[in-house]
Design a protein around this ligand. Structure first.
Ligand code: C5P
Length: 255
């Protein structure tokens, strides 16, 4: 069983989780911000915070909230306190995911050595996956990403000749060499901060994940095996799947 005492965490490099949760989540449909939508009666964000706070190494969880929701998110997290030995902080996010992560990095205490960046939109990541990412960083990798092989074949397309016209295919990459990446992505703190410092505001550097920024520094990024339950809740069907995963966990272990 995972040991969550303050003493056991103290022997590991001090690790913080930054959770960007400032997106509006329009693809799920209009309404409250995605991170605050309930799953099994509990907001998605609370699931994501719990998943990080349960990891052995994590001593701090920083949630980056939509700026209009900072107070609401603070009260929400106060209602769901973390395990002992883990602190939580809420800060306002920015216009892009990259800016939101930066806001989280800016408030990390000096003694944090390892940072996990985890999308609030992946609320059901198993704690073993989080621990595996953190352990790979501790073992010396500056950047670690959980990933899975693809089940679908992927096509690269060119822009269509007119809006709504069929898209021309230009290539079919070798599927065996492609991976779908997940979060939490784990980093040596200094490497991640350097990547954000160098690439802040560089539009052409805009990356949809943090490892993408680190790759641009020329720093090696490695993959560990992700988990199918770490899927991103993006579209309405994903909510149905997430509810089913939670129901199965409740049946299996009273989660
Ligand atoms: O839009 P996408 O699904 O890639 O968002 C991934 C994560 O980044 C989500 O958890 C979302 O809340 C967060 N995000 C953010 N600030 C933004 C945009 C997205 O924190 N401005």
């Amino acid at each position: 069983m995972t040991d969550t005492t303050h003493e056991s965490r103290g022997r590991l490099p001090r690790t913080a989780a930054v959770i960007p949760a400032a997106g509006s989540g329009q693809r799920l449909g209009p309404g409250i911000p995605k991170a605050l939508r309930p799953l099994g009666g509990t907001p998605m964000l609370v699931h994501a915070v719990r998943a990080m706070a349960r990891a052995r190494a994590v001593v701090l969880v920083v949630v980056v909230a939509p700026s209009a929701e900072v107070e609401a998110v603070r009260s929400l997290l106060d209602e769901h306190p973390p395990p002992s030995g883990v602190d939580q902080l809420v800060v306002p996010g920015g216009a892009t995911r990259q800016e939101s992560v930066r806001s989280g990095l800016d408030v990390l205490p000096e003694d944090i050595e390892v940072v996990l960046v985890h999308d609030a939109a992946r609320p059901l990541v198993p704690v073993d996956t989080v621990d595996a990412v953190a352990a790979a960083v501790r073992a010396g990798a500056p950047a670690v990403v959980p990933a899975l092989p693809l089940t679908d074949t992927v096509k690269e397309v060119a822009p269509p000749s007119a809006v709504g016209a069929p898209e021309p295919v230009v290539a079919t990459p070798d599927r065996s060499l492609l991976r779908a990446v997940q979060t939490p992505q784990g980093f040596e703190r200094a490497t991640l901060v350097k990547a954000h410092d160098r690439l802040a505001g560089v539009a052409e550097a805009a990356a949809t994940d943090d490892a993408g920024l680190v790759e641009r520094l020329g720093v090696p990024v490695v993959l560990v095996l992700g988990h199918e339950e770490a899927f991103k809740v993006t579209r309405p069907l994903d909510l149905v799947l997430a509810e089913a995963v939670l129901a199965r966990r409740r049946l299996n272990d009273g989660f």
